[in-house]
Write a protein that binds this ligand. Structure first.
Ligand code: 5GP
Length: 198
């Protein structure tokens, strides 16, 4: 088991509706030493890529992406949830359906902060059905930026997002992949990953 899987086993709580709660170390209270390790592991996995910017989506991706950006020595930009219906022409827009809140949000990134010269590492906390990542990829495409790879802290391998993103040909690295979880017993099963740091 890697450092993250161990922490999920210790402090993760399986909820009904395919939701894994990791509020004590990732999504509400954050364990900063763990965040540093996560940032280093993303750097290790994408060491051969010439990343110019890390991109994520608010809110829960921000802390993680910040630690990854620090390792690469590049800025981090996050897509903001936007309430305004009439979006001005100076932003890239995507519509993202929220898995946890079951609503749709328009998310925007200013054209000031993303362009054709950017080589992006896209980061998020969880991967479920892939809506958040697909929204971020569409923003990158609209900007003419290159998506060098995508890094996820916890992928739920029993949902289809991982397959969709890998089938599109992207390098997707998930630090932990949950293949099964049971809200009744609280059991969590991880996928074996060859290149995992212990
Ligand atoms: P997707 O867009 O891939 O369907 O879902 C990913 C997004 O939904 C992530 O940004 C994450 O915030 C949220 N999410 C999806 N599944 C879970 C989960 O099991 N636990 C938590 N805490 N967030 C989740």
């Amino acid at each position: 088991m890697n450092f993250l899987e161990e922490r999920i086993m210790k402090d993760g709580v399986v909820k009904p509706g395919n939701v894994l709660k990791v509020d004590s170390f990732l999504n509400h209270q954050m364990d900063i030493s763990l965040m540093e390790e996560i940032g280093k592991e993303f750097k290790r996995r994408f060491a051969d890529k010439n990343i110019t910017k890390v991109m994520t989506i608010e809110a829960s991706g921000i802390g993680i992406a910040a630690f990854a950006a620090k390792e690469f020595g590049v800025p981090m930009v996050f897509a903001k949830k936007s309430k305004s219906i009439n979006i001005a022409g100076d932003v890239y827009v995507a519509e993202v359906e929220s898995f946890t809140h079951q609503n749709k949000n328009q998310v925007v990134v200013s054209k000031q902060f993303l362009g054709p010269d950017d080589h992006l590492l896209i980061i998020d906390d969880f991967l479920a059905n892939g809506c958040a990542l697909l929204g971020l990829i569409s923003i990158a495409d609209a900007a003419g930026a290159t998506v060098e790879g995508l890094g996820i802290v916890i992928e739920k391998g029993f949902q289809f997002g991982g397959r969709v993103i890998r089938n599109l040909g992207y390098q997707l690295e998930s630090l932990a992949i949950v293949d099964a979880m049971d809200p009744e017993t609280g059991s969590i099963t991880f996928r074996e990953q060859a290149d995992s740091v212990r």
